[in-house]
Structure formats: C-alpha cells, structure tokens
Design a protein around this ligand. Structure first.
Ligand code: ADP
Length: 370
C-alpha cells in the first residue's frame, strides 16, 4: 500500500495499486511515507539496500533521527516548511547507515494535508558531493598557492631592485672614476658588468610590471576601449612619428576592464606593431566588434609577421623570437597582455602567416557601458 498507507487506487486511471507497489519495491531511490510527526510509516527496500538497516527498524523512528547531528536543525527547518504551506521541498543532508557511517542524500518531499502524510524520496549523492568537495578544496588550494606565488614574485622582484641598484651604481662609478686607467680588457669587463646590471634591472622591473598586471580584482564597470587605444597612441607618439607609422582606430564595442590595463594592453600591442615593422612604414589598424555577446578587439599590422609554430610561445614570460641586437626588448610585453586579458575573463590570440603582418585579437566581456 502506498497511497495514504491504506488501500486504494493510485495514479491515473488504469494504474493499479499493485503496479504502484511494484514500482515502490523496484525504485533504486529511497521512498518513504511519514506521518505529520515525522515518524516513518513505510519505507521501500531501497532504504535497506542503501543504508543497511532493517526496514522494520525505521518504523520505530522519525525521519530526522538518522540525520547527522550537524544537519538536523536544517532538516527540521525544511520539513517545517511543509506544514507552513510549501507544496514541495528539496534539501540535502547526511544520513546514518547501519555501520555508523553517513551518506549524503538529496531529498524531495511533499505533504498531503488531507491525509496528514509526508511523501519523501531520496537518492545517494555522496560521490558527487565528495567529488565537489575535493574540487572545491583543490580550487581553494590552487588560488591560495597562486596568490602566494604572485606575492613571492612581487616581493622578490621588488626587493631585488634595491641591491641591484647599488651594484649597478657602484660599477658605473668605478667605470667613471678609473675607466681611463684600465687596459682594454678590464674596460671591456666593466662595460659587461654595467650592461648586465642594467639589463637585470630592466628584467626585474618587467617582472614587477607582470606581477602588477595580475593584481587587483575584476572590475564590474565598463571602460571605453577606444579612449584607451587613443591614450596608448598618444603615449607612443614619438615612436609613431619616428617610424612614420599610420595608425587607424575604428569604433569599438564596450568592454568590462580596468581602463589603465586596457591602455597598457593597446600600448604593448601597438608598440610591437611599430617595433616589428617590415621594410614599409607601419600601417596599424585597431578595431573591434561584437561577436556572440562578447567584444572582440584587434590590432593589425603590416610588419614581419610570426610563423604559426610560434603563435603560442610568444605569450610566455621572457619568450622572444629575436636577439636583442635585432630588436630590443625582454619578451614580457605579450605575457602582460595575456595576463590582463585573462584576468578580465577573455582570451588573446594571434593570426599571422609569417609573411604578411600579424593581427592580435583579444576578447572581453561587454559589461555596462561606461
Ligand atoms: P618583446 O617585444 O620585448 O620581445 P613581447 O612579449 O612583446 O616581447 O613579444 C614577444 C615576441 O613576439 C617578440 O620578441 C617578437 O618576436 C614577437 N612579436 C610580438 N609582436 C609582434 C608583431 N606585431 N609582429 C611580429 N612579431 C611580434
């Protein structure tokens, strides 16, 4: 008997009580009927299969007695919702098995007010729950170690600047003071030391810039990408004039990003378009459009291009395809771009056949209009 625990037909016309009974016995989910006081009146065989407790044993207890003490108050509060008029409830709790261990169950329950009976079903979600918990613990651990690593990179690069400045300063002083008295080889060695120290200073300040690009939360506000691109162009004015570059800036969709970071992003990409120019003066086109609800931006140039096999590598920290003699730089610019874009929830990529210039694309959420 299921309905009302007393005999009677159940379900639509033609579905007999015997059929309902069969399903009751067959169901892999736990099914039960309880009185309004919460005491079990009937449980299906799945209760025994799932928890290992004799079905008759349940009839001596209320539904909450097997609930983990820490989940009991919440379960009672949920069940009370039924007597307060909620037609159906759903909740999760830990339920005790015969061996004293607990399983995570996901419950659905309804109250039939005329019969004063609670009908409830539950299925075992222990595996999903534990997998979810493991995933959450991993995510927490990952963001903790990530934050620690970021902090380490920041502190290390920040603190290294000071002694390095002292070394560079001393070597430079030495060069000025006794440079004339030294033989050719010694002068060469001192020049190497000065160059090495200066280069290390550049690398460290680049690392610091990379570290800073990853700090700060994700902004909720929209920034005006065109204004950011124009600011970047203004900051690159002398390089643009020297190279006789033509920079065209088309209208752009909105973007949710930090304005200063957006300026830096455009500055790095436009700066590269000028630096890695070909024989012709640079022609640089900046634009954007909406695709699938996101904003896609591009910086296109007619420069030396990048062969396909390097398209991923160039976004790595300190990854360069040329020597410093060919083109100056440390290889941090695109890594910073990637960090800024990813921090703002987007992706960045390049399209180039290695011969006819390059186009750098990046996506950003649209956010609210500035
Ligand atoms: P850097 O400019 O200091 O070398 P980046 O991280 O900005 O560092 O760029 C990494 C490498 O990607 C560059 O060394 C260059 O080989 C290549 N690259 C970047 N932008 C362009 C471009 N617009 N055209 C051709 N090559 C580029």
């Amino acid at each position: 008997m299921i309905r009302g625990v007393e005999s009677g037909r159940c379900g639509p016309e033609g579905v007999t009580e015997a059929a309902c009974e069969r399903f009751f016995d067959l169901a892999p989910d736990m099914l039960c009927v309880c009185g309004a006081d919460g005491y079990f009146k009937r449980v299906n065989p799945a209760f025994h299969q799932m928890l290992g407790i004799d079905p008759n044993e349940f009839l001596k207890h209320s539904i909450v007695e097997f609930v983990h003490p820490d989940d009991r108050a919440e379960t009672i509060a949920e069940l009370e919702q039924l007597s307060l008029g909620r037609s159906a409830i759903g909740f999760k709790n830990r339920y005790r098995c015969a061996d004293g261990t607990y399983k995570w169950l996901s419950w659905r329950a309804i109250l039939d007010p005329t019969e004063g009976l609670i009908y409830a079903s539950a299925h075992d979600v222990t595996e999903q729950y534990e997998a979810h918990q493991r995933l959450q613990a991993l995510a927490t651990e990952l963001s903790r170690s990530n934050a620690e690593l970021e902090q380490f990179a920041y502190v290390a690069s920040h603190d290294l600047q000071e002694p390095l400045r002292a070394v560079a300063g001393c070597v430079q002083l030495l060069q000025q003071r006794v440079g004339d008295l030294l033989d050719g080889r010694s002068k060469e060695l001192i020049a190497h030391a000065v160059e090495g120290a200066t280069r290390m200073q550049t690398l460290i300040s680049d690392l610091l810039a990379y570290s800073r690009a990853g700090s700060g939360g994700r902004p909720n506000e929209g920034a005006d990408p065109r204004a950011a691109a124009e600011r970047a162009i203004a900051q690159l004015r002398s390089a643009i004039d020297e190279s006789h570059a033509v920079v065209r800036c088309a209208p752009m969709p909105p973007a949710r990003a930090d304005f200063q970071q957006l300026v830096q992003l455009f500055q790095n990409l436009i700066g590269n378009a000028i630096k890695f120019r070909g024989a012709e003066p640079p022609q640089i086109d900046i634009g954007g459009e909406t695709r699938d609800g996101h904003s896609v931006f591009w910086v296109r140039d007619n420069g030396i291009g990048i062969e396909k096999q390097y398209h991923n590598r160039i976004f790595g920290v300190f990854q360069r395809l040329h020597t410093r003699q060919e083109y100056p730089g440390t290889g941090i610019g695109l890594a910073i771009c990637k960090r800024i874009v990813e921090r703002n929830g987007g992706t960045i990529w390049i399209e180039s056949d290695g011969a006819h210039g390059s186009t750098f694309f990046f996506t950003l959420d649209q956010g609210n209009k500035p």
